[in-house]
Design a protein around this ligand. Structure first.
Ligand SMILES: [Zn+2]
Length: 301
């Protein structure tokens, strides 16, 4: 019986070494964001900048945690919040410096905050927003709070996601090599639903009669440790292709069940299932091609 993968909770010693350069780069990211926010008064671009900032901050945290081999979700959340806080603080500091650069006397940061809350920002001036919108008073604080919460929560969640990737504890490596990936197209929604439980028995015995060339597939992906190849993990993903009125196809994918740790014989069973499915698909393809192959032959004779 395979057990769902859960991270060991260990923090690699490299994670701590990387902390200082990474907090510096989180600060740099915040500074760049601050400059962009200061010089671009267009609301729609600013909104896109906030979202871009959240993802950039989260991805930067993911890189450190991957390189630092961190398997502790708690530490990842702590790190994501810390990096997000440094980035936000630097962005405010940069906007402060840019706002006061032409003043004859240098105000304190608190005086600047007071002035900013009283005068606010005018967004969307001279555009389709007409005379624009004036954000002032408590609205300024609401904007700052919403921005900070988005960055802190976003980078914490993205950072934690990294620690859910499978890790080989005996080799101290991420098990990210994918030697075995295949799809099972045509499985019914009920079959896919049964696999959410993470029962390998269900996962390895889908009703093969359902396999067909259709636009819904169940993808099996095994990831393995690049060193020992004894640590193997299985992920399932359900992909559905839908076509709109203009004939444009879009694919939506959802995860099915948890990441499972596979024993060697279970890995072999997954490999066997992949071979069975491709044999069925090849046979169906030959069946479908049969009539069109027969026709020209009949004409020729
Ligand atoms: Zn290994």
């Amino acid at each position: 019986m395979p057990t769902p993968y859960s991270p060991s909770g260990r923090v690699g010693s490299n994670t701590f070494l990387l902390l200082i350069p990474m907090l510096a780069s989180a600060g740099l990211l915040g500074a760049v964001y601050g400059v962009a926010m200061h010089f671009i008064p267009v609301m729609i671009i600013d909104a896109a900048l906030v979202i871009g900032f959240v993802f950039a901050s989260g991805w930067a945290a993911q890189i450190v945690l991957r390189v630092g081999k961190c398997r502790s979700p708690a530490f990842a959340i702590f790190y994501g919040v810390l990096a997000g806080a440094v980035a936000i603080a630097l962005s405010h500091y940069v906007v402060f410096e840019l706002s006061i650069r032409n003043l004859p006397t240098r105000p304190t940061f608190m005086q600047y905050l007071d002035w900013r809350v009283k005068t606010g920002w005018r967004v969307g001036r001279g555009s389709s927003f007409g005379r624009g919108m004036h954000i002032v008073g408590s609205l300024v604080w609401i904007c700052w709070t919403a921005e900070a919460l988005m960055v802190l929560i976003g980078s914490a969640l993205l950072a934690r996601k990294q620690t859910s990737e499978p890790f080989c504890e005996s080799c101290e490596r991420w098990a990210l090599r994918s030697p075995l990936t295949f799809s099972a197209p045509g499985l019914s929604a009920a079959t896919v639903e049964r696999m959410r439980s993470g029962s390998l028995e269900e996962i390895l015995s889908p009703p093969l009669s359902e396999i067909d060339h259709v636009r819904s597939q169940l993808r099996y992906r095994v990831r393995t440790c690049p060193s020992c190849q004894a640590s193997n993990y299985l992920d399932l993903e359900h992909a559905l292709v839908t076509t709109d009125k203009k004939g444009k196809a879009t694919e939506s994918t959802t995860r099915v069940g948890p990441t499972l740790q596979l024993a060697p014989e279970e890995l072999e069973a997954v490999r066997q299932l992949g071979e069975d499915i491709s044999a069925i698909l090849a046979a169906k393809l030959a069946d479908d091609a049969q009539p069109s192959l027969d026709q020209p032959q009949a004409k020729r004779s």
